[in-house]
Write a protein that binds this ligand. Structure first.
Ligand SMILES: O=C(O)C1=C[C@@H](OP(=O)(O)O)[C@@H](O)[C@H](O)C1
Ligand SMILES: C=C(OP(=O)(O)O)C(=O)O
Length: 430
């Protein structure tokens, strides 16, 4: 897998839809599941297989980080193989702009013998890391950092004591996931208590717990805001990665706003992926949504209605949902997403600015956005190196002529084939 370097910016004219889109779009694997499968496989002592893993910048960086620590990752074949072994420094981990790499890898790297330094893209240095670095220090890890963010260096002795720790994970669920995923390797396991405003993205913590259990870990998540992981060996296993449901959002949105029909095959019946909430969200926005043996099919009804939605559990869906709200026939309120200010960019500010440039009336609030649709006009939309801002702009471009993205290459963060899939989707049925 390549794609570890920040891509060169590539300006892109977003194609308009000339009629209702009719397409079936096969999507590659879930970023979040692939990251966890790579990490958990590296934390065993055997060889694991990963079927359907996502080849994109975030997962390539995770694989590269593991290799730097001495893990064998072979991601050339369809089923990747990962062979875990005791980790060693000195090593350097490039996190790019990937929250999963900067929040998941440090706890595992702390079990290495030797120093491991972490850094990332310029904007990555502004993403919240402080609670994780303080927690690692409390768990017995030597951490050297100039501030509460990237860059930082861990000095490992080959083992981590572990034990009880309190974190404020209100800025990102990944701070909890990152501590839990490697905790079976800590001498005393871990007890993580969250203290502070609510933790966002609950499905992603359930995904962490589910995948830890699948790898043989004992995890107790019965008490709200407390997670316990027992120390113990993890088992090497075969992982099958579901399609990335969050990356389905722009394609399904294409059906909603053009009055067309888009099917995403392989939609799981039960899943911890937050993207499953698209069924309810697109129904609320006025579409017909059906899940059957063909996958998930969304059909636009010709009418898009505004919504009032708490997106705190599914924050990563916000940019595309906001784009659909901008072409609705009534205002929308998107709530519970203050933590998006610490995502790839400050997504609340970015959406307010860019939807505003397109003509929408947007009010930026502390915990979200109010979107009042107005007639839209084409413009150059700044994507802020954020794959989901690019997807959102492409969605608007379907309905509005002359929308250009300042950069489409940033979609390589989780879906390098986005431009091709998008063009192909538009090619079918026109
Ligand atoms: O654990 C994960 O894989 C993720 C958790 C979420 O992070 P936040 O809790 O920071 O929103 C989500 O937005 C991100 O895209 C992926
Ligand atoms: C927030 C996101 O990514 P990250 O894993 O970098 O936090 C996202 O993909 O929307």
């Amino acid at each position: 897998m390549t794609h570890t370097r920040a891509p060169e910016a590539a300006r892109w004219a977003a194609p308009s839809a000339t009629g209702p889109i009719r397409a079936t779009v096969d999507l590659p694997g879930s970023k979040s599941m692939t990251a966890r499968a790579l990490l958990l496989s590296a934390a065993t002592t055997g060889t694991s297989g990963i079927d359907g893993g996502l080849a994109a910048r975030d997962t390539a960086l995770m694989a590269a980080g593991l290799r730097a620590l001495g893990i064998d990752v072979d991601d050339d074949a369809r089923v990747w193989s990962v062979t875990g072994r005791p980790l060693r420094g000195p090593a350097h981990v490039d996190c790019g702009l990937a929250g999963t790499v900067m929040r998941f890898l440090p706890s595992l790297a702390a079990t290495a013998r030797g120093s491991v330094s972490f850094d990332g893209d310029p904007h990555a240095r502004t993403r919240p890391m402080g609670p994780l670095l303080r927690a690692l220090t409390a768990l017995g890890v030597t951490v050297e950092a100039e501030s509460a963010s990237l860059p930082f260096t861990l000095y490992g002795s080959g083992r981590v004591t572990g034990g009880e720790v309190t974190v404020d994970a209100s800025s990102s669920s990944q701070l909890v996931s990152g501590l839990l995923l490697s905790a079976p390797r800590f001498d005393r396991g871990i007890v993580v208590r969250h203290s502070g405003p609510p933790v966002p993205s609950a499905p992603h913590i359930r995904m962490t717990v589910d995948m830890l259990r699948a790898a043989g870990a004992h995890v107790d998540d019965a008490d709200r805001n407390v997670w316990r992981v027992e120390p113990g060996e993890l088992t090497a296993r075969q992982w099958t990665i579901e399609p990335d449901l969050s990356n389905a959002a722009p394609f399904l949105a294409g059906a909603v706003i053009t009055g067309g029909t888009v099917t995403v095959p392989g939609w799981p019946h039960t899943t911890s992926q937050p993207g499953d909430a698209l069924r309810e969200l697109f129904t609320g926005l006025g579409a017909d949504v059906r899940r059957d043996q063909d996958g998930l099919t969304v059909t636009g009804t010709g009418r898009v209605t505004g919504i009032d939605a708490d997106l705190s559990e599914v924050g990563e869906l916000t940019p595309v949902v906001a784009a659909v709200c901008a072409v609705a026939d009534s205002p929308s309120r998107l709530r519970g997403i203050g933590h998006l200010r610490g995502h790839e960019t400050d997504r609340i500010a970015a959406l307010a600015t860019e939807l505003g440039k397109l003509g929408t009336h947007v009010t930026e609030e502390t915990d979200g956005l109010t979107i009042t649709p107005r007639p839209l006009r084409g413009t150059v939309v700044e994507t802020y190196a954020d794959h989901r801002m690019a997807q959102a702009a492409a969605v608007i471009g379907l309905a509005v002529p002359d929308v250009e993205l300042s950069d489409v290459a940033c979609t390589s963060k989780t879906l390098p084939e986005f431009p091709e899939l998008w063009t192909r989707m538009l090619g079918t049925g026109h």
